[in-house]
Design a protein around this ligand. Structure first.
Ligand code: FAD
Length: 410
């Protein structure tokens, strides 16, 4: 690693990698410094003992028909699976009759319309204000929020929720979304195992305090998750209180996954889906046999995911096994083999899954994204005005920050 660059990118997740790619065309001396010993951040594919890949973080190309990553991912030789998700359906109608599923979908659509109308007024409040008081579907709607936002509706800004844009088309990458993002990093100079602890911007050059000594730069793109900025994992000197406050208004919600291998996969529908229960918020959402593989991918969100992580390693898996046992029988449960679980809230370089704006904080995304002194630039999913919490939003934010840096240096 040299000790002087034109641009240093802090963090090599989707945003940092996109920034590097864009900067790479500008003839500048550029590097990314990455805390972990791997790149990709919250886009992370691993190969399980079952012999197939799973995505520990992002798995779906949301707004796939408009997603700027779809075409390059396919062009790079990855396999796009366009089968639609069945997140609203209950396989075998198990403990959730067809009639009740229809009633739930109606309640969901009505809530969505109320949220959109409330966002249109321009006044912010918690999204939970729009739940119909006393509705039997509120626990399940909050479970949905815990997966979608990483937090229950009382923690979600109506304005921010309304600003999110999604075409409703969702595709997957058979080899892993994380694997595809990492593939794009290959040509670029990235130093892994190199956390940046401080960025000094009091002098003529920016000075980064890293695990491998000081590095100076003319411009820096900060592309780390918001908790690192709000909790001081990456500090500025002089301090930047507006950035820390904006990052605190955009915490990362939590979503965790548990992977279970199925001994008799034919008993389950390919790409089927099960809610753990229809009358509680503290439940799992189970994707059965994604890609036709002999696996169940359990999704846990919000406060319940936090509580299970806090119980310690193994607790999310034990819960998923118990809930699936209740749904599909104890013999079925005994046929499942745990393959792994995530602990995103305990990951020191993420401290959560994806950002949501707290009520009253929808404006924080623009504050976080704004450059400082025309030489400190900010990227990452949380800085995107309407594609936040996604890989393609992170990607676009990295390209935007790189354009800003190149314009400043020119
Ligand atoms: C369980 C889960 C499911 C998800 N599902 C989807 C999905 O289906 N579709 C979708 O589009 N999105 C999904 N997401 C969200 C998506 O993964 C993120 O929005 C996106 O990957 C964020 O990219 P980023 O570059 O902004 O941040 P990150 O990927 O977090 O990258 C930031 C990088 O900065 C590094 N870093 C942190 N601190 C420092 C430091 N001090 N010094 C140096 N480096 C540092 C980190 O190690 C990391 O590599 C999911 C996320 C999770 C966790």
């Amino acid at each position: 690693m040299r000790d002087r660059y034109d641009v240093v990118v802090v963090g090599a997740g989707a945003a940092g990698i996109a920034g590097l790619r864009r900067l790479g065309r500008g003839g500048l001396e550029v590097v990314a410094l990455e805390a972990r010993d791997r790149v990709g951040g919250r886009a992370h594919t691993i190969r399980t003992a079952g012999g197939f890949p799973v995505d520990c973080g992002a798995g779906w190309l949301h707004s796939a028909d408009e997603n700027p990553l779809a075409e390059p991912i396919a062009a790079a030789g990855f396999t796009l699976d366009k089968s639609p998700p069945h997140w609203m359906k209950q396989a075998f109608n198990r403990d959730f009759s067809e009639e009740d599923q229809r009633a739930y979908r109606q309640a969901f659509n009505a809530l969505d319309a109320r949220l959109e109308a409330a966002a249109g007024t321009g006044a912010d409040r918690p999204a939970s204000d729009l739940l119909e008081p006393g509705s039997r579907w509120n626990p399940l709607l909050d479970a949905f929020s815990s997966y979608y936002n990483g937090a229950e509706f009382d923690q979600v800004s109506v304005l921010d929720y309304g600003a999110y844009e999604d075409s409703g088309v969702n595709w997957r990458v058979a080899e892993g979304y994380g694997a595809a993002i990492v593939h794009f990093a290959a040509p670029y100079r990235i130093v892994t195992g190199c956390p940046v602890r401080t960025i000094h911007h009091g002098g003529p050059e920016l000075v980064l305090g890293t695990a491998r000594g000081a590095v100076t730069a003319r411009a820096v793109i900060v592309a780390v998750p918001t908790p690192l900025l709000s909790q001081g994992g990456l500090a500025f000197s002089p301090s930047l209180p507006a950035k820390a406050e904006a990052a605190a208004g955009l915490p990362l919600g939590l979503a965790d996954k548990v992977f279970l291998q199925v001994a008799e996969p034919d008993a389950l529908p390919v790409d089927g889906h099960l809610f753990g229960r229809a009358d509680r918020t503290e439940i799992g959402s189970y994707h059965l046999r994604p890609f036709g593989r002999p696996v169940i991918e359990a999704f846990l969100g919000g406060r319940w995911a936090r509580a299970l992580e806090a119980e310690g390693p193994g607790a999310p898996t034990a819960f998923a096994l118990e809930e699936l046992g209740e749904l599909l029988g104890s013999d079925f449960r005994r046929s499942l083999t745990p393959l792994g679980e995530t602990r995103w809230a305990h990951d020191p370089w993420a401290l959560g899954a994806y950002s949501h704006a707290l009520p009253g904080h929808a404006g924080d995304r623009a504050i976080l994204a704004a450059p400082v002194e025309n030489r400190l630039f900010f990227a990452g999913e949380a800085t995107h005005p309407h594609l936040y919490s996604t890989v393609h939003g992170a990607w676009e934010s990295g390209e935007r920050a790189a354009e800003e840096a190149m314009a400043a240096l020119a």
